[in-house]
Design a protein around this ligand. Structure first.
Ligand code: NDP
Length: 452
């Protein structure tokens, strides 16, 4: 049995039913095996075996009362995965699907992603199985306060700095920050994604989507091409999807789709700035569903989710680029084949692990420009890192300054991926480039710091 199979047997036995975590570990293990072959010092120190075990897992009760006076009990989590290169850093996800395995996969991915940004941030992730959909602002506030009533004792600006993710945007970060400040009696950069008036950074809301498009543009330069005129499929319609569309438009591309968990819209004429403004209002203010897009724009077509299908029709449209920006495993093997058959040769993952292992194999075998989430969506946490810097200095940077830094970070991530992939004998393979590039810095730091 090879290294990866042996390792995965142990991982599965030790972490039963955490299927997303198994998937994330297996994908990175394939890359780390290349490192272990050349550098036995990492193998002997069992560095990867240490990385896959969280430094700490917190799980707690979150009781709250709805507007009718009924009591609900949710489960809260924080996974403090790795602090070798900085305080734990990573988002909070509020979604009914949240469980230990999903958050461990996200925390694990975060370790490598944060390392790739070149900023001093360890990896963490947290959240709850709470569903903010359909809840009033007061209910969301009471939930966030109850969540923070426990989380506050485990986090801090030099210990663990959470941010947003699915279901956690500016509104939730505000309620969480307010409660932290009340409990600790200190005003500090303990969360990122804060409002501009109270310590937030310009460009943080935009950063993940912008970054995913910057990476796509960078990948295209290796073929002397740009995004100009390219048709782009985008999934999701939340934070990442919205700013992905905005940056695609800025760079001359044509986004034609958006989705939510109920279905997707296809707009052959392209989703332009006005239409994007409508979507932002629909999703961020009115908190409506994406199907309302076709009530406003009659030429667009809405296709509801059909659970009996074994593929997603969104990925079966003609295009050159795809930006999955909703959730994990939204592109399976069949979807990947459909994308390739429809002419897609650039995939930049705004979402975390949106492609299954079989789907990734399709992209790698086809030799397309495939930017995995760890690299492609690192812009979000990178600007979170810049928010931490501004909080420490107590000095805000301008929009242009932050965007410029984000752009440089994404270019450097691209460069690291290309160079490392080549160094380890797999040129053009951004999966190996991102996994190994992220791994080496963390691994070397762990070796420096001894067996802790
Ligand atoms: P949002 O909550 O703002 O938006 C999520 C979008 O994805 C919504 O349109 C939502 O639809 C859809 N979605 C969520 N879950 C599912 C599901 N199970 N099936 C189908 N659609 C779903 O989240 P973000 O935009 O912040 O996050 C999107 C992705 O990007 C996630 O994978 C996240 O981990 C990743 N990411 C986010 C970063 C950030 O800075 N925000 C940073 C790096 C990665 P609906 O409203 O119907 O649920």
């Amino acid at each position: 049995m090879g290294y990866v199979d042996e390792l995965m047997e142990v991982v599965k036995a030790k972490n039963p039913s955490e299927i997303e975590f198994h998937q994330a570990v297996e994908e990175v293990a394939e890359s780390v095996a290349l490192v272990y072959d050349r550098h036995p010092e990492y193998r002997n120190a069992k560095v990867f075996e240490r990385i896959i075990e969280p430094e700490r897992v917190l799980m707690f009760r979150v009781p709250w009362m709805d507007d009718q006076g009924e009591i609900h009990v949710n489960r809260g989590f924080r996974i403090e995965m790795n602090s070798a290169i900085g305080p734990y850093k990573g988002g909070l996800r509020f979604h009914p699907s949240v469980n230990l395995g999903i958050l461990k996969f996200l925390a694990f991915e975060q370790v490598f992603k944060n390392s790739l940004t070149s900023l001093p941030m360890g990896g963490g992730k947290g959240g709850s199985d709470f569903d903010p959909k359909g809840k009033s602002d007061n209910e969301v506030m009471r939930f966030c306060q109850s969540f923070m009533n426990e989380l506050f004792r485990h986090i801090g600006p030099n210990t663990d700095v959470p941010a947003g993710d699915i279901g956690v945007g500016g509104r939730e970060i505000g309620f969480l920050f307010g409660q932290y400040k009340k409990l600790r009696n200190e005003f500090t950069g303990v969360l990122t994604g804060k409002g501009l008036n109270w310590g937030g950074s310009l460009i943080r809301p935009e950063a993940t989507g912008y970054g995913a498009v910057y990476l796509a543009a960078e990948m295209l330069t290796t073929r002397n091409e740009t995004l100009e005129g390219k048709i782009c499929l985008v999934s999701g319609s939340g934070n990442v999807a919205q700013y992905t569309v905005e940056k695609i438009l800025e760079l001359g591309g044509k986004p034609v789709t958006l989705s939510d968990s109920s279905g997707y819209v296809y707009d052959e004429e392209g989703i332009d700035r006005d239409k994007l403004k409508f979507v932002m209002d629909l999703k961020n203010v009115r908190r409506g569903r994406i199907k309302e897009y076709v009530d406003q724009y009659k030429n667009a077509v809405y296709t509801p989710v059909d659970a009996s299908l074994d593929y997603s029709p969104l990925w079966n449209n003609k295009a050159q680029c795809a930006f999955p920006s909703a959730t994990q495993n939204e592109i399976n093997e069949k979807d990947a084949k459909n994308l390739l058959n429809n002419g897609v040769y650039v995939v930049s993952e705004g979402a975390n692990m949106p492609t299954t292992i079989e789907g990734v194999k399709q992209f790698l075998e086809a030799g397309i420009l495939y930017g995995p989430g760890k690299a492609a969506n690192a812009g979000g946490v990178a600007v979170s890192g810049l928010e931490m810097s501004q909080n420490s200095m107590r000095l805000p940077w301008t929009r242009e300054e932050v965007d410029e830094r984000l752009h440089i970070i994404m270019k450097n991530i691209h460069k690291t991926c290309v160079e490392v992939a080549e160094r380890f004998g797999t040129p053009g393979n951004y999966v190996n480039g991102a996994n190994i590039g992220g791994f080496l810095k963390v691994a070397d730091s762990m070796l420096d710091q001894g067996l802790v």
